[in-house]
Write a protein that binds this ligand. Sequence first.
Ligand code: P6P
Length: 329
Amino acid sequence: SIQSFSYPVGTTIDRFIGQRQTEHPTAKGELSQLLRDIVLASKIISREINRAGLSGIDGMTEEENFHGEKQRMLDVIADVRFTSALIKGEQVCAILSEEREGIIDTGHPEAKYIVIIDPLDGSSNIDVNISVGTIFSVYRRISKPGEAFTMEDFLQAGTAQVAAGYILYGASTMLVYTTGDGVNGFTYEPSLGEYFLSHPKITQPESGDYYSINENQRESFPDQVKTYLSSCKKDNLNTRYVGSLVCDFHRNLLKGGIYLYPSSEQYQDGKLRLLYECNALAMIAEQASGSSIDGSQPILRIQPEWHHQRVPFFTGSSNMIKDLLGFST
Ligand code: P6P
C-alpha cells in the first residue's frame, strides 16, 4: 500500500525559528529576524535559479570579481539579494561577501550581529543545471553596538559562530542550519512559498562509502592525503564528486562520506575559503556529529589571519576523518 506521506504541515521554518526563540527567554528576536531575512532572500534566489535558463541570467557578466574569477549574473544577483535582505532586516551591522573585496556597511551601527556569506557557491555549474548553494555564518560582533565595526569582528574563529547553514538549490531547494543546538533541514514548497521541516535533527553517519575529491593535482597532494586515498581505493569506496561544494557536502552529511580539498601545487593553501565556505560547513558537520579539519586541526579552531584566507578542507564522517588524521606524518 502506498504509505501516506505524513507531510510535516505546520512545522514551517518560521514556526521553528519562533519555537527556538522561546527556548531562550533573553532572546529579543534579533537572530530570529536575521534568519528570516536569509530565508526570504533564499526564496527569491531559488526562483531566479529555477528559471535562469529562460530569463537568460545563467550566463556570464563582463565583470571579474576581485579574486579574478569571471562573475556570473547569478553571482551578482544572489549577492545583491542576500545583502539587501539583511540590510532591510536591520539586524546586521556589516557583511563580508565572497563576491566583494571590502566589508559591506549596512548602515545599522546599533545591530549586534555580522554575517559572512558565499551568496552562490559553485555557480559555474548553473548553465548545465547542476545544483549550487549559498553558505552563511552569523557571529556576534566584538566591537560595541553604536561604534564602527572592525576587521576583528570578521576574524573570529569558527567556534564563535552563533548560527551557520546553507541553502542547496537542487532537485528541491533545502535550507539546512544550526544555532549550536543540532542541525535541522527544511524543504521549500514553492507553490506555498514556505519551507517545511523535512529533516529534523540531522546526524552524519560515522562512516560512509563515498569520498569526494578532484584528483587532478594528486601528484602534489600531501603524503597523508595520498595514503588516505589509496586506503579508500583498497576499501573499494565510491568516488562521488559533483564539483559543487554544498551538493557534495549535503550528500555526505545525509549518507556518510568525506569531502577533501587538499593543498597542492596549484593551491598552496587549498582552494576553499575559511571564512565563507569552510567555517559554516564545519559547524554543521560538528553539530551533526561529523568532523572538519584542515589536515591536522579542527577547522573551527583556526584563528583567521585575513578575510579571504584559504585552507585545506577535509569534512565528513567522524571515522573517515579519524582515518585521514591517522595518516598524518
Ligand atoms: P575544482 C566551486 O568553484 C568550488 O568552490 C566548490 O563549490 C567545489 O567543490 C570546488 O570549487 C570545485 O573545485 O577544482 O574541483 O573545480
